[in-house]
Structures are given as C-alpha cells and as structure tokens.
Design a protein around this ligand. Structure first.
Ligand code: SAM
Length: 329
C-alpha cells in the first residue's frame, strides 16, 4: 500500500504535533504566552490517525509541536506508536523534534518507550546569544544537558537544528562546526522561512546554503555526502572524517519535488505543505463518526491536493494560514 499524490510523490512520512504550546519564544518562530491557540486532542486520537496512516503506507512518524515534551502522555504515545506495525510487519521509525529544555530528564523513558531518534533545536553555542534568540534566560544548560543525555542513552544520530538569521547568529556557523565535531552530533542549519509570528522575514535575513558552505569551508574543507532523495538536508562531512553537518535549504534550493511529508496539527488538521493556505479537518471526520476505512479515503483525497511547491520569495507568495508553532515543524 502506498500513498501517492498527483505529482507522483510517494508520501511516507507524517509529522504529528501533539500540542501547540511552547516554553520558548524563538525570534524566528513565536511570540505570545505559553497557552495553546488550538486544542490538543486526546493521545488516543493521534494514535488512531497514526494507525490509519500506517495502513496507507506511512513508515516514519515525527512527533513535534509546539513543544512536544510539554504534552502529558508523550511517553505513552511513543510506546503505543512503537507497538504499531506497517502492513509489511515492520515497526515504524519514530523521531521527535524538541527544544530540549526538558529532554535530559525525559530521554531515558522516551528511549525505553521506543523513540528511535531525536532532533534538538539550538540556535547558538554561545549562552548569551542563545538567550537572546529563545528569549528564555536559563535554557542553554538544559538544552546542552538534553543533547548529551540523548547521546548517552544511545539515540543515534542526535541531530541539532539551527535556524540561521542574519544579524542574530550567522557568526555561529564555525562554532557549530566545532560543536558537531566535539559533541558527536549532526548539526543541521536551516534557512529561515516566512512562517514566524512577528513577520520579520525578508530575503536579506536568510543565510543561504551557499554562504554556509563557504563560511564553514574557511574553517575546514567540506565534502558533500550522498543523501536520500526525500531527505530534507544536504549532508557534508569534514575532510578529516570527523563531524557531519547538514543544510536544509528550502529557500535557496527548494526540495518540494521530492517531498514525502504531510503534517497533522495538534487539533487534528492535515496540512499537505508548510505553506498551505488551507488545511483538512481529519479530526472533524472522526467527530462525525467516520470509520477507519472512511478516514483512509479522506486522507487519500487530501493527499491528491498536495501543493506542487511553495512560492517563498515570489511575487505571488501568500503567507501560510498558520505560523510554524501552530503547524508542527
Ligand atoms: N519546539 C520544538 C523545537 O523547538 O524543536 C518543535 C517545534 S519547532 C516549530 C520545529 C522546528 O522548526 C525547529 O527546529 C525550529 O527551529 C524550526 N522553525 C521554527 N520556525 C522556523 C522558521 N521560521 N524557519 C525555519 N525553521 C523554523
């Protein structure tokens, strides 16, 4: 069983947001207080959606938010997901994206429950700069401890996501190269996308793939390594074989043609693109009493409407109907 959209892209990955609350206020993402804008659903509802999606060919689930570690029941969700099997009898690949603030204390239970991989967001290796970007005073030590704890319990690879913004942290490129080598993590730089609440995006603020490669190469030569077609990041290793970095470049090198993802928001809407201007109410179908077969039919129809590509930076760009924190990155 495979889910294929009208452009022939196979949909194998889902990102599920289990809350849109967050305890950080990263400048490129969100403002406001910690409260949810949209409802969280019972964990059982996210599980049912996952089960139906797996029956349709989904093989990877990434749990996200908001901040997923704020959500009560997150460990149980991982445990239940790890018991599900694809139609071929295989277990899922279960990953999580987190700001890492609560990770050190939760990573062992998460690993025991069946989490395979974790990505931690960290936008500076300098504590003061980190506080300026996250707008949280005491976060740096927690996040570093979370990254180290994730390695210690054997989650592999541990990835660290860094959104680069000119004027904030572009001078962190080389320090992050050193960090990748010293800490044994894969650091992935992400080009800033217009998905933030404060509307500060402009092309000038984006630090592009070419610039990142150029600057990092001044520190040590990089060698590009092969990556899977549907992988979002271009991968590089340093010339001496120690340390790997990735660059996710949706603005300067879009990869929509290979996109294998859909997203489910914390309130149960399917989004077929980060930049969708509408979403599809899967939970509404559940509330109306739809059977699993009817949900599967609904999802198949939605996937057919997946956008061909985004239009960032083009004159006809229309902002997405939700910002990143309310979608699930
Ligand atoms: N709270 C978790 C975290 O911080 O990783 C998960 C949710 S967060 C929305 C998921 C990812 O989206 C993070 O790696 C974050 O850096 C990234 N992100 C948020 N806003 C972004 C933007 N405007 N452009 C690019 N990446 C963004």
């Amino acid at each position: 069983m495979v889910l294929v959209d009208k452009f022939g892209r196979e949909i194998t990955d889902v990102r599920i947001s289990i809350t849109d609350r967050c305890n950080y206020k990263c400048v490129y993402c969100r403002t406001g207080n910690e409260g949810a804008l949209y409802a969280d659903l019972p964990i059982a509802d996210y599980l049912r959606m996952s089960r139906v999606l797996i029956g349709l060919g989904i093989r990877k689930v990434r749990i996200t938010g908001g901040e997923p570690l704020l959500r009560k029941g997150v460990v149980d969700f991982v445990r239940e997901l790890s018991r599900l099997r694809t139609p071929q009898g295989e277990r899922l690949d279960i990953a999580m994206t987190t700001n890492g603030h609560l990770l050190a204390e939760m990573v062992q239970p998460l690993k025991d429950a069946g989490l395979d991989r974790v990505t931690v967001s960290m936008d500076a290796v300098d504590p003061d700069r980190f506080a300026r970007i996250t707008r949280v005073a005491n976060g740096y030590d927690n996040v570093l401890a979370g990254i180290r704890a994730a390695r210690q319990v054997g989650l592999s690879p541990v990835k660290v996501n860094c959104v680069l913004m000119r004027g904030f942290n572009e001078d962190q490129i080389i320090p992050f190269g050193m960090f990748a080598r010293e800490e044994g993590v894969v650091v992935r730089f992400i080009e800033f996308m217009p998905l933030e609440e404060e509307r500060v995006w402009s092309p000038d603020v984006v630090v592009t793939l070419d610039e990142i490669v150029r600057r990092m190469s001044e520190y040590r030569p990089l060698i590009e390594i092969a990556h899977e077609r549907s992988e979002t990041a271009r991968r590089y290793r340093f010339d001496d074989g120690i340390g790997e970095i990735g660059i996710i470049a949706p603005v300067s090198h879009p990869f929509c043609g290979h996109c294998s993802r859909i997203r489910i928001t914390s309130d149960g809407k399917i989004r077929t693109c980060l930049f969708s201007i509408w979403d599809h109410d899967l939970h509404g179908q559940m509330r109306r009493g739809a059977s699993d077969a009817e949900l599967a039919e609904f999802i198949r129809g939605v996937v057919q409407r997946k956008e061909q590509r985004h239009h960032i930076g083009e004159p006809d760009f229309v902002p997405a109907s939700r910002t990143m924190v309310h979608i699930g990155g």
